[in-house]
Design a protein around this ligand. Sequence first.
Ligand code: G6P
Length: 606
Amino acid sequence: MCGIIGVLGTHEVAPVLVDALKRLEYRGYDSAGIATVHNGKLDRRRALGKLINLSDLLVHEPLIGKSGIGHTRWATHGEPTVKNAHPHISGRVSVVHNGIIENFQELLKELKACGYAPTTQTDTETVSMLVDHYLSQGETPLQSVRNCLTKLNGAFGLCFLFEGEEDLIIATRKGSPLAIGYGDGEIYVGSDAIALAPMTDRISYLEEGDIAVLSRSQVSIEDKDSSPANREIRTIRSGSNRFEKDGYTHFMEKEIYEQPSVIAQNLKHYISDTGQITLNGINLDFSSIERITLVACGTAFYACLTAKYWFEKLARIPVDVDVASEFRYRTPPVAANTLAIFVSQSGETADTLAALRYCKDKAAHIWSVTNVTESSIARESDVDLPIYAGIEIGVASTKAFTCQLTVLLTLALKAASDQNQINDHKRHEILSSMQSLPSLINLALNCSENLRFVANELAHATDILFLGRGLLFPLALEGALKLKEISYIHAEAYAAGELKHGPIALIDETVPVVVMAPQDSLFDKTLSNVQEVMARKGRILMIADAKALKDAGQGFWKAIEMPHCHEIISPIIYAIPAQMLAYYTALAKGTDVDQPRNLAKSVTVE
Ligand code: G6P
């Protein structure tokens, strides 16, 4: 979703802004722009589409100045056009914005009455007009921003640049994150630490309602009550190679191949060498937990759905799983002692955060599973369990998903122990199967050539079905989502047993059906469903281990052999072919794998 950058530099700032915007590309965007203030005057350049268009424009029409702001826009209000691209300028104020101003129509009426005429279809322009309005009444920039904030409803990260002020940026947040970076005589602000990484590793994060007044020599922050606030400056691990593709064609490919090592890292934090569950040193006890609510969006939601099977199977604790956008507005009853777990790669997804706050209000125990320990979701939880996936750049989540699954399985196992639902033998059996995850994933990655071959054919399909049963059903959903996201082929997933209740009507020789069916306790049932598809000329792509493939006999369109694994970890192993199938299909179609159309990595609007 929209990316923000602001720099008070010691050199020309345009190349620095564009470079930072490149590092924010992964969030998803449809247009980009930068503004500077030079010799007291505001000026800007904006371009539709990829950043290369903005860079080209800057070659022909350079932008001078050592102070500037920049933006990658993911359209919400108003189509992607140059006019609607940020930064917006109204009078003496330029602004970039991430989020939504919900009452902008109302504000627009008031502004029109004051003589302002909007030049865009965006909600954001009301913000620059409002601040300009207060400036023209003689207020200081800070007071103008303060006044403006009292009028805004919605979620925002905002960054302002002012005419005549070459040593001033004002940044404020409510809902959308902003990080301040401290350099050598320079100051930066950005949507996240990734944007600032090559410039500085000294970062502080703004909290809800903070206003930061930045100059090259000083940063002063006031909190939502206008009291001075101190936000700790931390040194973050930068390591610029984390933002390189390291020889891979796409970040998604790199991240798929990183899974053995990041999962090994993850296991180190959650399970000791001697096979004890250590939970990252956090003392958690499930013995009095009677019910668990899991809430998330997108891929993280499918991780939660898988975890439901684990918690219920292993720990016998009933689990409710919800999509955050539905949960928050359904106003479900939440008993005070409910354990609510929020799963989010970014830790900033607006709906998940709102659902968390809803539960917090009801005095539930709030845990989160995130990939960003400084994120809003991690910080607002009673307990945050990091997934140690490392930065994930590809919009389609891969390594974060398998790391989320690994943490959630460890939690389910701990819950099973605390609830006396598992004996030592069984626990050790599962823990040792988890220890073998990195090597099994390596074996699964070896199927890449076969998958690439199949994907070249899948790329011609217009509809694809995914089937799975039990623990493999949520994975079928994830497989279909991955394929849709990056190849733009329509894909749907069903619980294999549900097929005959409707979707079987879709089956003919043109619809490939991807079946993920390890030799587990439900294999025979799945196989019956596969036969039903084949009897109707359906083309089955069977992804299964050697024994399952042998037992299943002939007649498949294609078969991919997976390593044999313990049933309980099969969703983690089978995630690999699901991801690679999507990746290679997208490659065959020539789509933009790392930044698929219309999608954003971190969805900070509802
Ligand atoms: C977006 C991303 C998905 C992600 C979802 C939830 O839609 O494109 O890949 O699964 O948000 O994100 P989160 O950061 O909360 O896991």
